[in-house]
Design a protein around this ligand. Structure first.
Ligand code: UD1
Length: 365
């Protein structure tokens, strides 16, 4: 089976890498790697691809930047050309970014079956671009590979046929396990003059947090307050970097002692995460990684499409207004950082994905 695998934005790389390596072991698959170029800066793309030992993509579309419509439309046009040249038997997309939606739409209209890995997650907040991408991608997918029971239930509630849904677990954990030795032997905190276990990490990039000036002002204020008690390391996403500079918040954060650093590669980042005291984030993947590692995570959002990280993991939803109070409360608890082992978040998800793909293909032909 000639299988197109699409990567575009940073969180896609750690979901595709374990699958790529597993597919390469199986003789009946011919994986073809397509990079849309949605993320294009060295530290948002190549450095991470290198860490994960992903090869040069077979097709690089080079289509980063622009509005949602521009990005989606440009990726659709370019991917349609790729399909005309490469003739896939099947397309596999991951996650919820614009590259996921754009390529799934193209394939489906060309009658190429679509597989969505990380299907079924729902924030039930349709003001999030990712929620639209998830809903549409799931609606047109032929095989839906899910990370958790709540995702299965969301799909069934939407009327998706049970035979299309296969729970395989969380593939990001496979990336972590694949590189655990390297992550364990890296001490990134030393590079940033931090002490093991004595700093917190913040990551922010959601439009709802960083594009709205008054919301960002509240977050900056809250981080200034937090910096009186904790050392803070802040790898700044390009979207956030632009806005912080535009509104003049960079200097305020630096003046309060917060270390603003460039985005870091996968191994370095996971090493920073492993040794930190807690994390403040609005990322989806980090809610999962911290739950797996038993590190307290404070998610600056009103909702999460990953509720299992709250019910089973170490995650809690917070606002700029209650962040300091919540952190203080959790840091005093004797059971902080305790998480339950989540079913199928075990480093063997890629193997289950390959089995599901094999069965899916056998049943079609
Ligand atoms: C995208 C995804 C989001 C994911 C995030 C992870 C969508 C709708 N959003 O958001 O779900 O959580 O990636 O990072 O697909 N930029 C650079 N260099 C880069 C990448 C982006 O400078 O390598 C700039 C772009 O030019 C743009 C901004 O950052 O101005 C936002 O990039 P974009 O890809 O539109 O969305 P993200 O906010 O990164």
């Amino acid at each position: 089976m000639k299988l197109h695998l699409v990567v575009g934005a940073r969180p896609n790389f750690m979901k595709i890498a374990p699958l790529w390596h597993e597919l390469k072991k199986a003789t009946e698959f011919l994986p073809v790697l397509i990079h849309t170029g949605q993320h294009y800066s060295e530290n948002m793309s190549q450095a991470i691809l290198d860490d994960l030992s992903l090869p040069e993509p077979d097709f690089h579309l080079g289509l980063g930047g622009g509005s949602h419509a521009q990005q989606t439309a440009r990726i659709m046009l370019a991917y349609e050309n790729v399909c005309g040249i490469s003739h896939p038997d099947c397309l596999l997309v991951v996650g919820d970014v614009n590259s996921t939606l754009a390529t799934a739409l193209v394939a489906k209209k060309m009658n190429v079956p679509v597989v969505h890995l990380e299907a079924g997650l729902r924030s039930f907040d349709r003001s999030m671009p990712e929620e639209i991408n998830r809903l549409v991608t799931d609606a047109i997918s032929d095989l839906l590979l899910t990370p958790s029971l709540d995702a299965d239930e969301n799909l069934f509630n939407e009327g998706v046929d049970k035979s299309k849904v296969v729970r395989i677990g969380n593939i990001m954990i496979d990336s972590f396990e694949m590189l655990r030795n390297k992550i364990d032997s890296t001490q990134s905190y030393l590079e940033y003059d931090l002490q093991e276990g004595d700093y917190c990490i913040i990551t922010l990039h959601r439009p709802s947090n960083v594009d709205d000036r008054s919301k960002l002002e509240d977050i900056v204020q809250s981080l200034e307050n937090l910096s009186n008690k904790y050392n803070i390391c802040f790898p700044v996403h390009p979207r956030t970097g632009k806005v912080l500079e535009e509104f003049g918040y960079n200097s305020r954060l630096i003046d309060s002692g917060i270390k603003l650093i460039e985005p870091v590669s996968y191994i370095k980042f996971m090493s920073l995460v492993k040794s930190c005291k807690f994390i403040i984030t609005d990322s989806g993947g980090i809610q999962e990684e911290t739950s797996y590692l038993g590190i307290d995570c404070f998610t600056l959002r009103d909702n999460t499409e990953r509720p299992i990280t709250i019910s089973e993991g170490t995650n809690r939803l917070v606002s700029a207004g209650n962040l300091l109070k919540e952190v203080e409360e959790v840091m005093q608890r004797s059971d902080r950082g305790t998480a339950r082992q989540i079913d199928m978040w075990d480093g063997a998800t890629a193997a289950r994905a390959v089995n599901a793909l094999r069965e899916f293909w056998e049943n079609r032909s």
